[in-house]
Ligand binder design. Structure first.
Ligand SMILES: Cc1cc2nc3c(=O)[nH]c(=O)nc-3n(C[C@H](O)[C@H](O)[C@H](O)COP(=O)(O)OP(=O)(O)OC[C@H]3O[C@@H](n4cnc5c(N)ncnc54)[C@H](O)[C@@H]3O)c2cc1C
Length: 300
C-alpha cells in the first residue's frame, strides 16, 4: 500500500518551510510517524503527495537552557527528554510524562512536537507542557511567532496548526527555581498502549509554607488540554498541607467535566482517580520544592 509519492528530509527550518510553501497544502509534516502512519494506514485514502520529515533539522532536535529559560525542539524524542539532565529538576513532570509514553521503541522515535500537534485531549507530554505554562514557536501565515501552548488547540484532535502548511518549531518555558517543583502521574489501563485513563501534571511554588502559586493540568477533562483554574485557586495562598490538598481534590471533583469514554473509563472511575492523582502529584511536588531536588518516578 503506497502511502506517499515523495519523501523529503530537510536539514533546516528554512528548507522545511520552503517545501511546505512549494507544495501549497499537498505535503504533510512527519516526525516519528507513530501517530501519522497509523492514521494514514487506517484512512485508506490516496497517497499523500509528499511527506516532510523534520527529524534531521538540528534546530528542532535540541534541548537547551539559557538563563532560566529551557527550550526544547519540536523534533526532540521522548527518550531524549527522559535522558536529559537539564530537565531533572527544572521540569521533572516532563520527564515523568514522556517516560511513560508507549514503550521504548515508540519513545525512541516519537517526538514532543508530534504529541502536541496531534492535539489529543490527554497526550502525556502535552499535559506536562500545559502545567509548565510553555509557549510554542510556530510558523504560520508566513511568519514565525510564539504563542501560549493553550492557543494551539481547537478541539479534541483539532489543532490550530495545519500540518500541511504550518510548522511547530520548538517550545520554551521557565525552569523550576528554588522553592518550585513539578510532578506528573497517570492512570493507565494495564493493556493500554496509547492514551491514559487520566493524567495529571502539577507545578507548585512554595514560600513560607504556603502555595505561593500553582498550575494544574488534569487530562482528559475537557476537549482540549487545559489548566484546572478552579483547582489552582483552591491552592494558591493556602498552607501546603494535606487539608488544602483535600480541598483542591473536592474542587476538582466538583468543577471538572469528566466523561465516560468507551475504551478507557467511566466518568465515575475518573472522578475517584482525580483524588488519587492530585494527592500523589501535589504531595510529590511539595516534597521536591522543599528538598530542592527531584528524582523522576515511574519512567519506563
Ligand atoms: C504503541 C503506541 C503507544 C503510544 N502511547 C502513547 C502514550 O502512552 N501517551 C501518549 O501521549 N501518546 C502515545 N502514543 C501516541 C504517539 O506516540 C505520541 O503522540 C507521539 O508523541 C507522536 O509523535 P510523533 O513524532 O510520532 O508524531 P507523528 O506521528 O509524526 O505526527 C503526528 C501529527 O502531528 C503532525 N506533526 C508532527 N510534528 C509536527 C511539527 N513539528 N509541526 C507540525 N506538525 C507536526 C503530523 O503531521 C501528524 O499530523 C502512542 C502511539 C503508539 C503507536
Amino acid at each position: 500500500m503506497k502511502l506517499w509519492n515523495h519523501y523529503h528530509t530537510p536539514t533546516s527550518v528554512y528548507d522545511a518551510i520552503d517545501l511546505l510553501t512549494r507544495y501549497a497544502g499537498q505535503a504533510r509534516i512527519i516526525a516519528g510517524g507513530t501517530d501519522l502512519l497509523v492514521d494514514m494506514r487506517a484512512d485508506g485514502h490516496a497517497p499523500q503527495e509528499a511527506l516532510i520529515d523534520i527529524t534531521r533539522i538540528a534546530e528542532m532536535g535540541q534541548i537547551t537552557r539559557e538563563g532560566d529559560t529551557i527550550t526544547i525542539g519540536a523534533g526532540v524524542t521522548h527518550t531524549q527528554i527522559v535522558k536529559n539532565p537539564l530537565l531533572v529538576n527544572a521540569a521533572t513532570c516532563l520527564i515523568e510524562s514522556c517516560g511513560v509514553i508507549g514503550g521504548p521503541q515508540v519513545r525512541n522515535v516519537a517526538t514532543i512536537g508530534g504529541n502536541v500537534a496531534h492535539a489529543l485531549p490527554a497526550g502525556d507530554g502535552t499535559t506536562s507542557l500545559v502545567a509548565l505554562d510553555a509557549q510554542a514557536e510556530i510558523y504560520k501565515d508566513g511568519m514565525r511567532q510564539w504563542l501560549p501552548i493553550r492557543d494551539l488547540f481547537r478541539g479534541a484532535g483539532q489543532s490550530f496548526l495545519d500540518s500541511t502548511r504550518d510548522l511547530l518549531i520548538r517550545f520554551r518555558f521557565t525552569a523550576a527555581a528554588a522553592g518550585q517543583a513539578t510532578a506528573f502521574a497517570r492512570i493507565m489501563r494495564p493493556q493500554g498502549v496509547a492514551l491514559p485513563v487520566l493524567g495529571c501534571a502539577v507545578w507548585v511554588s512554595i514560600a513560607d509554607g504556603q502555595f505561593a502559586d500553582a498550575r494544574v493540568c488534569i487530562a482528559p477533562a475537557a476537549p482540549t488540554p487545559s489548566r484546572a483554574e478552579a483547582v489552582e485557586a483552591a491552592l494558591i495562598g493556602k498552607p501546603a498541607v494535606s487539608e488544602t490538598v483535600d480541598t483542591a481534590i473536592k474542587t476538582a471533583q466538583e468543577s471538572l467535566h469528566l466523561r465516560t469514554s468507551k475504551y478507557r473509563a467511566t466518568a465515575d472511575y475518573r472522578y475517584e482517580m482525580v483524588a488519587v492523582l492530585l494527592r500523589k502529584t501535589l504531595s510529590k511536588a511539595v516534597e521536591r520544592a522543599r528538598s530542592g531536588s527531584a528524582v523522576p518516578e515511574g519512567v519506563g
